[in-house]
Design a protein around this ligand. Sequence first.
Ligand code: FUL
Length: 693
Amino acid sequence: MKKLLFLASALCLMACKSTQAPKPVGATPHPRQLPWHEMEYYAFIHFNMNTFTGMEWGTGGEDPKLFNPTQLDANQWVKVIKDAGMKGVIITAKHHDGFCLWPSKYTEHSVKNSPWKNGKGDVVKELSDACKKVGLKFGVYLSPWDRNHAEYGREAYVTYFHNQLRELLTNYGEIFEVWFDGANGGSGYYGGANETRKINADTYYQWDKTYQIIRKLQPKANIFSDEGPEVRWIGNERGYGTPTSWSSFTSRPELTGAPRFQHQAEGDEDGKNWIPAEADVSIRPGWYYHAREDHQVHPLEKMVDIYYCSVGRNASLLLNLPVDRRGLVHENDVKRLMELKKVIEADFAHNLATQATVKATDVRKSHQQFKAENAIDSDTKSYWATNEGVKNASLEFTFAQPTTFNRFMAQEYITLGQRVKKFKLEYEQNGQWKTIDQQTTIGYKRLLRFPAVTATKVRFTIEDAKASPLISNVGFYNAPILLLTPKVVRNKKGEVTLIPADEATEIYYTLDGTEPTKQSNRYTAPFVVSAPTELKVVGFDHNTQQYSAVATYALDVPKTLWEVLNISADEAKNSYKVIDNNPNTSFAHKVGSQPAVLTIDLGELLRLRGFTYLPSQDRWASGTISHYTFEVSSDNTHWKKVSEGEFGNIKNNPIEQRISFPEEKARYIRLTAVRTIDNAETILYGEIGVITK
Ligand code: FUL
């Protein structure tokens, strides 16, 4: 009897609760997406054939024998990933060049024909096993585009692609994400045909069938592609989300270029499906390991910025670690990852909101279940909710004493849909409310940074929402100040200027490759660097005795005597921008149907070992060179071609390209744009340089 009574009252309670409970609004996450949201930060690993050829996009004709890591240790990767605070890892099981990191039974183009472990190795297995041991989630990147396969473009390849997918989803345990890259450059080796093959990416791979395979073999896996179905691309490879970010999304294949990228980043307020954004970025300029980028691991402050602009903008952060030729995550990358971990931990060490009392202007009817305190209990399952239809309401926080903070965090209870359209953060000063920040969306997580505020009363107001807002967590934090690395500017004449982040920062530098400390050269005035040199710079705050992260720059010969030749009088006014050492200026060279050639006089004979091409850094620039030839001459009459090829992945990742060739003595250089990313008639150059050391 007692039992029955208990059951009846429990049922009544559930029923009463459910009548008051908010209803879902718009698109809502599938249960497989909720654990994905909670991961927030996980690793990408780009490691396979390109690691050994120095390419970003292999052609597909590479010899499997080139793949030969000397000390591959997947346990080191997962240790680093776990220590860094990441929750999982996705590996490039097969990139565009078609080389497979597992011994697929459907191709010879794999580890089984490499010298590594005498062809008996399986990188996918080693990594998935290592993940299981430490409790990291595991995912796979399988490139649909395959520049190696002879049948690519025909039906037989699609069967091959599906078979490979089955292998990866059957033999390596649970998969949390399957990553399908949208890139396709057309040309490739294709079993020796060496030609360009065009496919319709919407229909060729038979996505319905592909997804069925995944659903059947790995029902918990989230599928990533440019536009979902579960996870969408954020529209850039820099790791940055936009302040407005909806997880609801309607695919709009008709959009191209900048509007498409913006749509991918922002999503749709009334999007039909729940397809949250994932921000992918590499810790270095390239996705693959290149020793030449050892000094170009992104500065700590940039990594921190990326974190706030991805995780803090309702996206997940997929951070790439380019495993090196040894088969290890490089020391420099490990160092930066741990520095980032320390900053994130320190920034969010104490949620000051838990020390405050909180009052809401509106609480969903007569039940404790939706009380304001739910927003500060650190539980994502409980939430504060307003009454049906109340879309404008505040939480007011009162601290026992004046409290200083410079970070704000908010989370919506997304199980029932993303709702908030506009919110504001204020503090009280002398009886007046002052705005700290005003923003649009929140979603799974929103983080705000602002100059420190000291206050006893703080107000978080939802100003507008799609339906009554459901706020699961709110936080205020007082993050330590991060000392910024000084900026380095070098002009055409080779003169170097170091700029401190603020007046309190002293700058120290070295020119001999050693780590700078306050015992090194103290910067007081610009100085000239006239030969190839490695410059290392650090900031030091005398008051706090704190160092910034060290920045390293590979400086080559100055461009003092350089001149752009054979250019119209009109364009000559701007052509200096391609040799002014300023990455932020670009030169637009209108060529129409003429060959797109740029000739530079270096003013003296130099021993050249390579060249650099920085595409325009304008957002979504047109006219970026994708295929080139590079020639040198000592008299501007007789030319020798020293390099030609493709700048792989330059469209999505427009970083400086560094191309080496056997040493040549020359005074003139000539870069020809054989093809651009968008068949433009105006070629856009950020900067051209030479490598002499
Ligand atoms: C791009 C690819 O083309 C790059 O090589 C890299 O894999 C990046 C993550 O996605 O679209």
